[in-house]
Design a protein around this ligand. Structure first.
Ligand code: HEM
Length: 298
């Protein structure tokens, strides 16, 4: 939040979390339902969806208007400042609605995905003590107890491999879709214009043509140039092509700092018996959350 908008989410954080969970489930149920009730009908779910959306809108509009009212007074070095100042060649700036759309997209795309990546990574490490031990060893040798910095990242290849592998096994963005604008032929099949194509990271990342023992969490597989050998489309946690994730660098940096910091201090263990099941919503979430115990590392 600070990097994007120069602010934090104080008391509202929990409310925002609940709203997003509700809206994701709401949208997915609608997408899958054979018969969809129009959003305008005042059913309890539709009414709650509208309330939650209005709450999120109000939050984002408030962040924008607070910024605009400070114009010229305070200097801000964040993404919102770039959006507010952005100008087309003809001098026009974004309308409040455009600013809201950009800010809302960044807000949604920016926190949920990285948070899920971190959750799945702690779970995978807790289930794979050998990988966890190797990560601890690398962090100890390179960082010696201090917080990681950007310059350390190239010297933490195992940490990078853990992140690659976590994004392979539990890709937070587990599918994406495209609509063709003209007729096309792919793999010998003809498709008319306006066909919908669904591409799934979950499916491709677990394909034995590209990964030995694809269901297993094995960060080592990334240490000998696998990323360079894979054909296009076999690994795409951040999408590909012109609409590839704009936040990839930021997400990987953020995750490396968080993992590098916390793994030096704690070991996380799943509470025995806690069920773990992926829930494919807009992102891939652990359906029952991940109940874990923090053990201080001596
Ligand atoms: C582990 C974390 C992340 C994952 C797995 C992820 C995944 C993705 C994927 C797969 C796409 C492409 C969607 C498509 O092609 O339909 C995408 C797009 C996007 N992501 Fe991320 N993302 C992550 C983090 C972030 C962060 C931290 C930000 C912002 C701070 C962000 C902002 C965006 C935006 C704005 C787009 C749309 C880009 C466009 O359409 O041009 N993402 N992301």
């Amino acid at each position: 939040m600070r990097t994007l908008f120069g602010t934090t989410l104080p008391a509202t954080a929990e409310h925002v979390g609940r709203a997003i969970t509700f809206l994701m489930r709401y949208q997915l149920t609608r997408m899958r339902a054979p018969l969809v009730i129009p959003e305008s009908w005042p059913t309890p779910k539709n009414r709650r969806a509208r309330r939650e959306t209005e709450m999120l809108d109000a939050l984002v509009y408030r962040i924008i208007s607070e910024r605009q009212s400070q114009a010229g007074r305070d200097h801000h070095d964040d993404l919102l400042a770039l959006l507010v100042d952005a100008m087309d060649e003809d001098g026009t700036q974004m309308t409040p609605r455009q600013l809201r759309d950009e800010a809302m997209t960044l807000f949604m795309a920016g926190h949920e995905t990285t948070a899920q990546m971190l959750s799945w990574t702690w779970y995978l490490l807790s289930e794979n003590p050998a990988a966890e031990a190797r990560l601890h060893e690398e962090l100890r040798d390179v960082l010696r107890g201090r917080p990681p910095e950007v310059a350390d990242l190239p010297r933490l290849p195992y940490l990078q491999a853990v992140m690659n592998e976590s994004l392979r096994v539990y890709p937070p963005a587990y599918l994406l879709a495209r609509t063709s604008i003209e007729p096309c032929q792919i793999g010998g099949y003809d498709f008319p214009a306006r066909s919908t194509f669904v591409l799934s990271q979950w499916v491709m990342h677990r394909d034995a043509r590209f990964y030995d023992d694809p269901e297993a969490f094995r960060p080592e597989r990334w240490l000998n140039g696998l990323a360079e050998r894979l054909p296009a489309g076999a690994y795409f946690p951040f999408g590909d092509g012109p609409r590839r994730c704009i936040g990839q660098g930021f997400a990987l940096l953020e995750a490396a700092v968080v993992i590098g910091m916390l793994a030096q201090r704690f070991r996380l263990r799943l509470v025995p018996g806690h069920p773990v099941e992926p829930e494919p919503l807009v992102t891939l979430r652990p359906r029952y959350g991940l109940r874990m115990t923090l053990q201080a590392r001596s």
